[in-house]
Ligand binder design. Structure first.
Ligand code: SF4
Length: 328
């Protein structure tokens, strides 16, 4: 790890100003950033520590939906009584992520900005990696790609987005507040992450100095009857081979509203509206759920190492639809 300066921000305005400096990175829970600093993948000149900022740890549930401060801990949101009761997909996406110890430290704002688990990215200098060293190439293409992305990739990068919480947020039209040098703005979580294209090192639309301050999730009947279904190599403390956030609203025996987002297989959290359209206005059957799953995975780019995740993804989406239907 290389030496760095540490600035403890005492106000949001101070944090925004300090985070605009060359080589500055925001520090909240630190559960991803410290790992990457120890691996020499990240080498910030300055850590702008926002972990002690007041008024950003609130969890507010109302008839209109959920609002959480970006510094709220994953565990606190996951275990909040009203979040568990009214917004099961949100709670489950958090409880199925990481370990209890990490959830106790990690923040819901920082969690949105997790970086890929691609081994070549984290492995450092011996490996070409366009995300870590732009223009150097991609060791994963023709390499160990078993757990990497199948959808939304590019010829420059096939890394997957590793998080769970953002997948659930994308499914249910969540938005984030961002404070930057131009003031406060609000964007959809779906608009936060960028496709890799030819610049996979630019992962989000955030500008230097931008601080995510709050997350808003509108209430909906589909969110009340929702689930986050995650399939992984072991039952806990593992990243998704594939996951699905699904919410269903049923009226008169037919599906009136369906929300579906995919995790684990996308270069970013993926809302799959083609799959939602398959369900719209239909009566639920297992065959219909499989059809929606096939729509969700359509267009997947596979190799011999990861092709198994397409049928796994179809089944995962179908299973999640079945769980949501039971809750609807
Ligand atoms: Fe780097 Fe992306 Fe290739 Fe992994 S997949 S080695 S992160 S460029």
């Amino acid at each position: 790890m290389r030496p760095f300066a540490h600035v403890r921000a005492t106000s949001l305005e101070q944090a925004v100003a300090a985070a605009r400096g060359d080589g500055a990175r925001l520090l909240a829970g630190g559960t991803t950033l410290f790992d990457l600093m120890k691996l020499n993948v990240e080498a910030p000149a300055t850590l702008v520590d926002i972990s002690a900022l007041p008024d950003l740890q609130d969890i507010a549930v109302s008839r209109r939906g959920l609002t959480v401060g970006a510094l709220a801990k994953m565990a606190d949101v996951a275990e909040h009584r009203d979040v568990r009761a009214r917004y099961p997909a949100l709670s489950e996406s958090l409880t199925k992520a990481a370990s209890q110890q990490l959830r106790n430290m990690a923040t819901v704002g920082g969690n949105l900005l997790q970086r890929t688990r691609c081994g070549y990215f984290r492995g450092g200098a011996p490996y070409p990696c366009n995300k870590r060293a732009p223009g150097s190439g991609c060791a994963a293409i023709d390499g160990a790609d078993r757990n990497l992305a199948l959808l939304g990739t590019s010829d420059a990068c096939i890394a997957n987005y590793p998080g769970d919480w953002a997948v659930a947020l994308v499914a249910f039209d969540a938005e984030i507040d961002i404070l930057g040098s131009g003031g406060l703005r609000r964007i959809a979580v779906e608009a936060l992450h960028r496709d890799p294209g030819s610049t996979p090192h630019i992962e989000t639309v955030l500008e230097p100095g931008d601080v995510i301050t709050r997350i808003h999730v509108p209430a909906s009947r589909a969110l009340r009857a929702s689930t986050y279904h995650k399939v992984r190599d072991r039952a806990s403390y593992a990243f998704a081979l594939v996951s699905a956030a699904v919410g269903i609203d049923v009226a008169g025996g037919r599906i009136r509203d369906a929300r579906i987002a995919l995790g684990g297989v996308g270069a970013r959290p993926l809302r799959v509206r083609e799959a939602e359209a398959v369900l719209q206005g239909q009566r639920y059957t297992r065959a219909l759920a499989i059809e929606a799953g096939e729509a969700a995975l359509r267009g997947a780019r596979t190799s011999t190492h990861n092709a198994f995740r397409v049928p796994l993804g179809v089944q995962t989406v179908a299973d999640a639809i079945g769980i949501a239907m039971e809750r609807a």
